[in-house]
Ligand binder design. Structure first.
Ligand code: NDP
Ligand code: KPL
Length: 308
């Protein structure tokens, strides 16, 4: 793969729309935004608006998309199975598949459905983007980290690097992409789950009681990561805590935004993953299990009120 000429994006929310908008300037109509017919009709009617400007995306249904060089997934984990199926016609023998979803689940699913040889590893950090029904307010476009599972600089990694350079997408090809993904999972499991259950903005993490929760949950994630072969340390946790305390004081993690908007959260992919892997390795994770159950209970209790 010398050059990436065609890209399909599945999921045009806070992450996907922002990345797609940057690619649009380079690829034009060769950027295909894939979605079901109901979404296509809805988006054609209302458009996707990023920072007040309507993006001129090429919306296509799964039947309309051709085989492309690169597919980028950016739905929530809860919608990922549908997204995977919708990408079927875009995937040919040389297509590379990159997921920007949080957690460590989506790459395994891509490998299972489309094969390990097509699967890249990746995620996005430092994005400051809020999606209100297709109206996206983006204060920071974030950094995409990506790589091959074994971290070698393949031809397709170089081709994506070139594409992102041309589209001014800030990106990094780290030495060990899967270690970086576990660092992000540490961050999401700790700060998203605690922030959501305590209804706390980032400033709340300055309180000693919140920091005590951070260390209890974080310690379990580190133990599970180590058992999985990823050398996370306490320094990673303390660095994350320092960063989070310095975020804009009234900012909210995405899981708290989901709770407040009445959406289902990605709890199953954060505390849920740690609890499940902890059991598989014989590592007790009582704090993650308890926090995960509190979040699940919060979502269920909320659904009863909604139905009444
Ligand atoms: N938001 C953030 O700041 C960050 C998010 N992430 C991660 O990135 C991932 C995406 O998050 P985010 O962008 O916030 O989520 P959003 O909910 O904003 O966006 C998801 C998008 O996917 C669309 N979608 C859902 N199902 C389908 C489908 N079957 N076909 C096509 N499109 C579909 C949704 O459409 P519709 O709205 O029409 O239902 C929505 O536009 C998550 O894993 C999240 O944890 C990572 C870093 C930062
Ligand atoms: C809060 C933060 C930055 C880290 O957990 C995040 O990734 C999110 O809001 O989803």
């Amino acid at each position: 793969m010398k050059q990436i000429e065609t890209v399909a994006v599945v999921g045009l929310g806070a992450v996907g729309a922002v990345v797609a908008e940057q690619l649009l300037s380079v690829l034009g109509n060769k950027l295909y935004c894939v979605m079901d017919a109901e979404r296509k009709a809805r988006y054609q009617a209302s458009g996707i608006v990023i920072n007040g400007k309507k993006a001129d995306f090429n919306f296509v249904t799964p039947d309309e998309v051709p085989v492309v060089d690169l597919v980028i997934f950016a739905t929530k984990n809860l919608q990922f199975n549908e997204a995977l199926a919708e990408a079927k016609n875009a995937v040919g023998p040389n297509t590379a598949l990159l997921s920007l979803l949080n957690g460590v689940h989506s790459e395994t699913e891509i490998e299972r459905v489309y094969g390990a040889e097509k699967t890249l590893y990746g995620f996005i950090v430092n994005l400051q983007s809020i999606n209100k029904h297709g109206n996206i307010d983006c204060a920071g476009r974030g950094i995409i980290l990506f790589g091959e599972k074994d971290n070698h600089r393949s031809e397709r990694i170089e081709a994506i690097h070139q594409l992102f350079e041309t589209a001014h997408i800030v990106h990094k090809i780290p030495e060990n992409i899967r270690l970086e993904m576990w660092k992000k999972l540490l961050m999401n499991t700790v700060f998203n789950s605690i922030g959501a259950i305590c209804r706390s903005t980032f400033a709340g993490f300055n309180f000693p009681v919140m920091q005590s929760l951070v260390r209890k949950i974080g310690n379990e994630v580190i133990q599970v990561a180590n058992a999985e072969g990823f050398a996370l340390t306490n320094d990673d946790l303390e660095e994350n805590l320092r960063l989070t305390c310095n975020y804009t004081p009234l900012g909210k993690c995405s899981m708290l935004q989901d709770i407040e908007a009445g959406r289902k959260t990605e709890n199953a992919y954060f505390c849920g993953t740690i609890t499940k892997l902890g059991k598989a390795h014989g590592i007790p994770t009582p704090y993650c299990e308890f926090l995960g159950e509190l979040l699940e209970g919060t979502e269920l209790a909320r659904s009863i009120i909604k139905e009444c």
